[in-house]
Design a protein around this ligand. Structure first.
Ligand SMILES: Cc1cc2nc3c(=O)[nH]c(=O)nc-3n(C[C@H](O)[C@H](O)[C@H](O)COP(=O)(O)OP(=O)(O)OC[C@H]3O[C@@H](n4cnc5c(N)ncnc54)[C@H](O)[C@@H]3O)c2cc1C
Length: 251
């Protein structure tokens, strides 16, 4: 389907093709359309979207494009936080969505980094979903460690897909479940590179999995979690200034 270009603003109109619940409060919205700028996007970039409502276009909201840049659609993976994000699950297929972008430079040079450490808190995984899907699409050989913090196992999503990629890529996945006492019960046969830890992500966990302080570090999550992780990384000799970060808040 060819995208319609509005008169102003550089926004391109796409249409919802599918709404997919990922877990109890995270939903993926898939858009179909075509646009040269979005076709040239990079993993980790975001778009500012407006959804057509009966009363007109919604206010703009920024979301990371969570699919691979190789995909011929757009995917946004959205956690219910307030009125707009909580309404995403009820959006009907066919609904027009204006997209402004792609924006951002997070993970821009990641293809060229031989050893990368990705650290996500909750829905802060979305830029890394794009990166991993991109690495998978191109058969990348970079050494990748993913540390993903969630409160409970029920908060984790895309588990099958990420676990599968841990066998296809040079990828180790450490799930940190801060409120689970017995995280090891989630271990599954066939995925030796996927492990579960309890408690918050600290220097002990990072060093136990052999994090290389010389690797390229990327961090995305709630601001308090990001501050705490930077502190922990600094005790391992990682310069916090060298950690690339994406903030999902704009305060
Ligand atoms: C670059 C970028 C990429 C993002 N990518 C994703 C993504 O992939 N998935 C995803 O789920 N979310 C993402 N977000 C966050 C998302 O844009 C917001 O959660 C969403 O716009 C909130 O809209 P709402 O109306 O549902 O909630 P609101 O009612 O507007 O707010 C929800 C929560 O956010 C807080 N909040 C409101 N305004 C601000 C503000 N200006 N700054 C900080 N906090 C505020 C509120 O206090 C409340 O706790 C991203 C944000 C940015 C900046």
């Amino acid at each position: 389907m060819a995208a319609e270009r509005p008169d102003t603003g550089g926004e391109v109109i796409w249409r919802v093709s599918r709404i997919q619940p990922e877990n109890h409060d995270v939903t993926s919205m898939f858009l179909e359309g075509k646009d040269a700028k979005f076709a040239a996007r990079r993993a980790g970039q975001y778009a500012v979207i407006r959804v057509m409502r009966p009363e007109g276009w919604s206010e703009p909201h920024p979301f990371t494009i969570s699919c691979a840049p190789e995909a011929d659609y757009l995917q946004f993976t959205i956690k219910a936080a307030g009125a707009f994000t909580s309404s995403v699950r009820n959006i009907e297929p066919g609904t027009p969505v204006k997209c402004l972008g792609p924006n951002g430079t997070f993970c821009r040079d990641i293809d060229d980094r031989p050893s990368v450490v990705l650290i996500a808190g909750g829905v802060g995984i979305t830029p890394f979903l794009s990166v991993l899907r991109h690495f998978h699409a191109k058969g990348a050989s970079n050494e990748v460690m993913l540390f993903w913090s969630n409160k409970t196992f029920e908060d984790v999503f895309c588990l099958e897909e990420i676990s599968g990629m841990s066998n296809a890529l040079n990828l180790k996945v450490v799930h940190n479940l801060s409120r689970e006492d017995d995280p090891k019960r989630h271990l599954r046969g066939g995925y030796p590179n996927v492990v579960f830890e309890s408690g918050r992500l600290d220097a002990g966990v990072l060093s136990r999995y052999g994090v290389n302080p010389k690797a390229a570090f990327y961090l995305c999550g709630p601001p308090p979690m990001m501050d705490s992780v930077l502190q922990e990384l600094s005790t391992l000799g990682v310069d916090p200034e060298a950690v690339e970060r994406e903030k999902f808040s704009w305060k």
